[in-house]
Ligand binder design. Structure first.
Ligand code: COA
Length: 371
């Protein structure tokens, strides 16, 4: 059979799956997660969105061999996930070689890679969170924090990383994890689906997804966004600094998106989460002044990019305000991508289930241009 499109570099506009998990409308700037618009998810706990995503993935007649527990409501999922975090800590013991790796994503990938291939989905979610918190603790040279299975996932993750979890910051982290829990056929989700399509296990799929998320063009941008804010320093310097970056041929991190032609709706959700924190939150990182700086940089970057690419609207993406929010929560920037994975792993596992049910090997073609 003749290939349909030999020039789809980056698979732009190629639809590779039918999904009930999430919908991204890049023209209108809309994101729907298992039937709910992202802007309506303020106050929703991570457990609630996991329950919805996994139900959507399993479909109306869940298969008894489904890899995600589709029948758990928010309350039972919270109890089960708390127990899974405890099991994850027991399994991870006192760490291992993975804990010493200098890059957070490598450490988390290493911890997940050690799981047996029949590890339940909740234990995979729990392992990503505990491994992330433990890597941060190991870097700081403090004791590895035991999980508190009675808390909700976001609150426990925040407590394990920062030592405390007041209600407003915990709710802001929950908003973040919910906001990034799934996003159509992004690169890491596609990686998970490709691996699943070969008949490989969910742990292998999540390891592949972690590898894809590490890249700066996907989940690795928020750390560099903060570096940029630090380098700019104050709103008045934004224009000249950004101009120099663009003149030197560099990309502005946190700006632009493969799918969105308008501002990423997740940027608004996260900006709102930042403003929901008490005025003193993140004071050690600049607090309200940092948010004002971020807004000024976004304004300037949007204008400069519009002048350079009038044909292609380039606006703030999720990573821009991820950086500001996670920084205000006093989370370390070198672990931002791993914290992203703590949320996205729910979506990956939903897609693993959906792909498993589809059962078709993903096997595109290439056009030979060699000798
Ligand atoms: N800064 C400067 N220029 C950018 C840009 C950015 N952030 N994003 C895109 N462009 C430029 C491209 O270089 C390209 O220019 P060219 O035609 O002169 O080569 C043009 O805009 C069109 O880009 P496009 O092909 O539509 O972008 P893409 O789909 O290949 O890239 C991203 C999408 C996300 C990879 C890209 O916008 C980017 O690198 N952003 C910064 C990293 C980031 O924030 N990643 C997180 C994504 S959620």
């Amino acid at each position: 059979m003749e290939p349909t499109d030999v020039h789809a570099e980056g698979l732009d506009r190629v639809v590779v799956a039918r999904t009930a998990i999430s919908m991204v409308d890049g023209e209108a700037g809309r994101l729907v997660l298992a039937g709910r618009a992202v802007e309506d998810l303020a106050g929703v706990r991570f457990e609630a969105i996991v329950s919805r995503l996994w139900r959507a993935a399993a479909g109306p007649r869940p298969d008894p061999h489904a890899i995600v527990p589709a029948g758990l409501d928010e309350t039972s999922l919270r109890t089960a996930l708390g127990a899974a975090r405890r099991r994850a800590a027991t399994r991870l013991g006192d760490g291992g070689a993975w804990l010493q790796l200098p890059v957070a994503m490598d450490a988390v990938r290493g911890a997940v890679a050690l799981l047996h291939d029949d590890t339940p989905a909740l234990d995979v979610v729990a392992t990503v969170a505990v491994a992330t918190a433990w890597w941060i603790a190991a870097r700081r040279g403090v004791a590895l924090p035991p999980p508190d299975g009675a808390r909700d996932h976001a609150s426990d993750l925040l407590r394990m990383i920062t030592g405390e979890a007041a209600p407003a910051p915990a709710a802001a982290l929950a908003r973040y994890l919910v906001t990034v829990s799934d996003h159509g056929m992004n690169a890491s989700t596609f990686a998970a689906r490709v691996v699943t399509s070969t008949g490989a296990d969910p742990v292998s799929a999540v390891v592949a997804a972690l590898g894809a998320l590490k890249g700066p063009l996907h989940g690795g941008a928020p750390g560099p966004v903060l570096d940029m804010l630090d380098a700019v320093g104050e709103p008045a310097r934004a224009h000249a600094w950004l101009q120099a970056q663009l003149d030197a041929g560099h990309r502005i991190m946190g700006m632009g998106h493969r799918i969105y032609r308008v501002r990423d709706p997740r940027a608004a959700a996260l900006e709102q989460a930042i403003t929901s924190l008490e005025p003193g939150a993140g004071a050690s990182r600049g607090g309200a002044a940092r948010l004002a700086l971020a807004r000024a940089v976004e304004r300037e970057a949007t204008a400069l990019l519009a002048a350079r690419h009038p044909e292609r609207p380039l606006a703030a993406n999720v990573e821009f305000y991820t950086a500001v929010l996670l920084d205000a929560l006093e989370l370390p920037r070198e672990a931002f991508t791993a914290i992203f994975a703590c949320g996205r792993v729910a979506g990956w596992l939903a897609h693993v289930e959906e792909q498993r049910r589809c059962g078709r090997l993903v096997r595109p073609q290439s056009q030979y241009v060699g000798d």
